[in-house]
Design a protein around this ligand. Structure first.
Ligand code: ADP
Length: 464
């Protein structure tokens, strides 16, 4: 394990970004930053020229800002047109962008006083950004490029190779060698120190990220192995259980009145147990069914109507133990684009659990609320509740609390595992609040469009 981890730490492939898409998000953010920088430059140029009677070379400044705007437009259009695929290709491009930014910054500084301009420390921001994106030597490359460009600019002005635009607020000595030397020395020091800090902090972060990615990959592998095993068991057990159940049911039917009460009782109990086995097989089939969240399985669902329909279906069972299911749904349709059978299963499992573990004569509240980006479904009962130490386990397969087992032996221990898996698959979240003896509240939050990445542009309009 340690060897594997070390391999990860020194791996050339190691990058802060898990995917090209996550890097692209960062690049989109940089593009926004660049728009802001260009706007800031324009405002600063106007303000200094109009209000501070400082005559800066307006046309070259506007041309340089225009170049920055055009470059950024190019980056934005490229990001919109080309999907992120390859981290290395994205990183190569971002290096080029950074070189372009440094050239623009150096030109702007040359037009606004050079070493006299306190904004020269914007170079530091570039080194910090580089340390977010690149690794060790690459961060130093950016730092050294910035040092080279700025030193060349300052010396160019000093030696008269480049024009100098004196800032009114700067003193006369700022163009003398002692001032220039001290400024450049501190500039070099700050840049190299930033590169060092950035490189070491990010090295540490990357090591943590690599370890987390490795652990997550192991978890995913273990989860897949578990699901494969469940799928195999379901497949192997399904037909023998079905055959045995129908054989015993037929035997009961044919032999009704002809067999001894003891045999009839035994066969009836066998049927009941096989019904339980069938329930487990059905739940396992639900849990292990893959690919439910495909484009073609998404449809527009009115959740208010669905909740109403499912609650009506479970009302008879609730009435048998004197319970009431109270619905609170908005009057307007609550419409989401999702997989109907997955949402149906989530609601059915939560409401039937609430009824099953409620106190006799208790109430089950089912509340649906519609928010801007998500819809919330709250299912609350007044039943046995779940002890804090059991709460982390109830979403695991086959886990049933001792209290639940005492209350009923009807239950597979798979309902909540299915709920958790389906909510995850749909891109939602799940919350549990519970107090022993007072009841439990499960809150599901579902996005308006499930599995956003695969949602079709022209949704299938099928109302539930
Ligand atoms: P089961 O078929 O046993 O109900 P689930 O996976 O649906 O399986 O639930 C797992 C366990 O979580 C239950 O056995 C029970 O211990 C607990 N549980 C689920 N819902 C509730 C609830 N509303 N109130 C109390 N306990 C609950």
């Amino acid at each position: 394990m340690a060897a594997v981890r070390n391999k990860f730490l020194v791996s050339r492939e190691s990058s802060l970004f898990v995917s090209a898409a996550s890097l692209r998000l960062r690049l989109d953010w940089f593009n926004k930053l660049r728009w802001g920088a260009a706007a800031g430059i324009l405002v600063a140029v106007m303000v200094t020229n109009v209000y501070l009677s400082q005559s800066l070379p307006l046309i070259p400044l506007l041309v340089t800002t225009g170049v920055l705007l055009l470059l950024n437009l190019g980056y934005v259009v490229r990001n919109q047109r080309l999907a992120p695929k390859d981290i290395d290709a994205e990183l190569r491009l971002v290096k080029l962008q950074m070189v372009g930014d440094l050239l623009v910054l150096t030109t702007l500084l040359n037009l606004t006083g050079g070493v006299e301009n306190p904004l020269l420390y914007i170079y530091v921001v570039h080194v910090m950004l580089a340390s977010l994106l690149f690794k060790g030597s690459e961060i130093y490359q950016i730092a050294w490029l910035a040092i080279f460009l700025f030193t060349a600019e300052v010396m160019g002005e000093y030696l008269g190779v480049l024009p100098h635009h004196h800032l009114l607020s700067a003193g006369g000595l700022t163009h003398e060698l002692p001032f220039i030397s001290v400024s450049l020395a501190s500039f070099w020091m700050v840049m190299l120190f930033c590169a060092y800090m950035g490189a070491s902090i990010m090295k540490h972060n990357r090591a943590i990220k690599d370890e987390l990615v490795e652990q997550q990959a192991e978890l995913v592998k273990a989860d897949k192995a578990k699901m494969d095993f469940f799928r195999f068991v379901t497949h192997e057990v399904k037909s023998p259980v079905n055959t045995a159940q129908s054989a015993v049911e037929t035997a009961l039917e044919l032999g009704s009145g002809k067999m001894s009460p003891a045999v009839e009782d035994m066969l009836t109990r066998a049927v009941r147990r096989m019904q339980q086995a069938t329930e487990i097989v059905k739940d396992l089939a639900d849990l292990t069914r893959g690919g439910m969240l495909k484009k073609e399985n998404l449809q527009v669902v009115d959740l208010s109507r669905l909740v109403d329909r499912l609650a009506t279906r479970l009302r008879d069972v609730a009435h048998r133990s004197g319970q009431e299911i109270v619905l609170q749904v908005p009057e307007d349709p609550v419409v989401i684009t999702t997989n109907l059978s997955m949402v149906d299963k989530i609601i059915t499992n939560l409401v039937s659990n609430a009824v099953r573990y409620n106190k006799d004569g208790g109430q089950v509240d089912v509340k649906l609320t519609s928010e801007r980006k998500v819809v919330l479904l709250k299912v609350a009962d007044q039943g046995i509740g779940i002890a804090p130490e059991d709460q982390p386990h109830i979403f695991k397969e086959f886990f049933r609390t001792a209290e639940a087992q005492k209350k009923t032996n009807l239950g597979t221990g798979l309902g909540l595992a299915i709920v958790r898996k389906f909510v995850d698959d749909l891109g939602g979240s799940l919350k549990l609040e519970s107090e022993v003896g007072f009841g439990s509240t499960f809150t599901v939050s579902l996005p308006r469009v499930s599995g956003k990445a695969i949602a079709p542009k022209g949704d299938k309009r099928t109302m539930s």
